[in-house]
Ligand binder design. Structure first.
Ligand code: ATP
Ligand code: MG
Ligand code: MG
Ligand code: MG
Length: 476
């Protein structure tokens, strides 16, 4: 099944069962607690918390999601994309646990010819919150054997937004990919072999404070019991297309194939090259979708994420041996793959390509000048028998050559070196203070405060980025 067909199957299944089809919200959504939309429920949050009355009792959507939290996983695990599509069915005080479980079971097990996904029931495992006997029994009633239902604690089977709001126990569906992918023992033992495809959240509680996934205060019950589910479209696609990972599915693979061709590499021949190719496939698609939703590369939080994705893709291509421009080769392929489900990538193409290509040109200039300085610093550190690059070198790369600290960290790691982050931080701080002192000294005179603001913004970039990204860890 093509990814677009899986998406259609899901949406139609729930539309046929009284759900209103709600189009995806853009990745940048009006929610100050979020960098990007990272779950299907985000646009429905006001209905769940009771701020607004839902115009429907049941909804279904295919939501564009970006999880920056997963950026380091890309290409290394089989199942984490920075961009992915979350399919979801939602009930606002209508059906609850039993309905959600029965619908999910029906959709995953109904043969494809009859409008389902046709998974072999024997390969299905589910999880429930430790003492959720009710959910356990409901799965049993569907025909899941008791040994395929695992009880897990709050960390895995209680869902909250990371901020005050709705929360509740959840139950997840996993597919056993077979012994060649890992040990026996269900999802509790191995989440690569047992691939999580769908999370069913039974929203019942109103949380007044959330300190972590497992540490929160319950203010009381929500006015209504809601259902919020999230199924990973790419994960279902990789299973139904018989692929090893989500980067090899129809919506991503041709980008990788072209990247490999440009590099003169054979995918599958070398693990490190494969990881780089998968990073390229993933990041090109995420960048396309972010640019389509109006994000432009920059030094503030969202723009910085996009910049990082584009630059990581370009650098991965360099490490594969391609020094020519790559975006004009790869971005149009990704556009063609995504346009069936997301026609806006075609209507927005002029802006997407202009923004993307300009960023590549800028990055190429940065790399040309900075890489020489970096190489000298590496050589010096190695000759001195040190295991890390000095803070001064990292600072010079940042200050003079515009190397974001992540880039220096990544390049150093490739050389088996660390970076003296502490010294780097001190130098950055000193720079900020100098700028402030300068501004004070010139107060009353003709000061171009814009320049200082820019300097400060650039200086703080890596740290804003990290804390913003860390913020996302809290949110599903
Ligand atoms: P995992 O444990 O594999 O990181 P998760 O528990 O963080 O996944 P949920 O927050 O439960 O995921 O999201 C609901 C569904 O969205 C998951 O069951 C999965 O199918 C899909 N999903 C989550 N993160 C990603 C990702 N980075 N790339 C692709 N699909 C994802
Ligand atoms: Mg996760
Ligand atoms: Mg999980
Ligand atoms: Mg989950």
């Amino acid at each position: 099944m093509k990814t677009a067909d899986i998406r259609r199957t899901y949406l139609e299944f729930f539309e046929n069962r009284g759900h209103t089809l709600v189009p995806s919200a853009p990745l940048v959504y009006n929610d100050p607690t979020l960098l990007f939309v990272n779950a299907g429920m985000v646009p429905f949050k006001p209905y769940f918390v009771g701020d607004e009355v839902a115009p429907f009792n049941r909804a279904v959507s295919s939501q564009k999601c970006v999880r920056t939290l997963d950026i380091e996983e890309v290409g290394k695990t089989t199942r984490h994309g920075t961009f992915f599509q979350m399919l979801g069915n939602f009930s606002f005080g209508d059906y609850f646990k039993q309905g959600a479980i029965e619908y999910a079971w029906e959709l995953v097990t109904t043969p494809q010819a009859e409008g389902g996904f046709g998974f072999d029931p024997e390969k299905i495992w589910t999880t429930v919150l430790t003492d959720d006997d009710e959910a356990f029994e409901m799965w049993r009633a569907c025909g899941v054997p008791a040994e395929h239902i695992q009880r897990r604690g709050l960390k895995d089977n209680y869902w909250n937004m990371g901020v005050p709001g709705p929360g509740g126990p959840c139950s997840e569906i996993y597919i056993d990919r077979g012994p060649e992918f890992g040990p026996e023992g269900g999802p509790e033992a191995d989440e690569d072999r047992f691939l999580e495809i769908w999370n069913l959240v039974f929203q019942t509680q109103d949380l007044s404070a959330v300190r972590s996934k497992t540490d929160f205060d319950v203010a009381g019950d929500l006015p209504k019991k809601n259902i919020d589910t999230g199924a990973g479209l790419e994960r279902i696609a990789l299973l139904l297309q018989g692929k090893n990972n989500m980067y090899e599915i129809d919506e991503v693979w041709p980008v990788i194939a072209r990247a490999a061709e440009l590099a003169g590499k054979t995918y599958g021949a070398d693990h490190e090259d494969d990881v780089r190719l998968r990073v390229v496939g993933d990041h090109i698609r995420s960048s396309l979708m972010l640019m389509s939703d109006g994000v432009a590369p920059g030094n503030e939080a969202r723009g910085y994420v996009l910049r990082r994705l584009l630059r990581r893709a370009i650098r991965a291509m360099r490490l594969l041996g391609v020094h020519d421009e790559v975006l004009p080769e790869l971005l149009p392929i990704s556009r063609n793959l995504m346009s069936e489900s997301w026609p806006e990538v075609v209507s927005n193409w002029k802006r997407i390509s202009e923004v993307g290509y300009a960023e590549e040109a800028a990055f190429r200039r940065t790399l040309t000048s900075g890489t020489q300085i970096f190489d000298v610093a590496v050589k010096k550190a190695k000759e001195a028998g040190e295991d890390s690059l000095s803070g001064a070198a990292a600072f010079q790369l940042h200050d003079t050559y515009g190397f974001p600290i992540d880039l220096t960290l990544e390049m150093a790691e490739e050389q088996g070196l660390q970076v003296d982050r502490k010294a780097f931080g001190t130098l950055m701080q000193e720079q900020r203070e100098r700028a402030k002192a300068d501004a004070r000294a010139k107060k009353g005179g003709l000061v171009n405060t814009e320049a200082y603001r820019e300097l400060r913004a650039a200086g703080e970039t890596p740290f804003t980025g990290y804390s913003e990204l860390a913020g996302q860890t809290k949110v599903r």
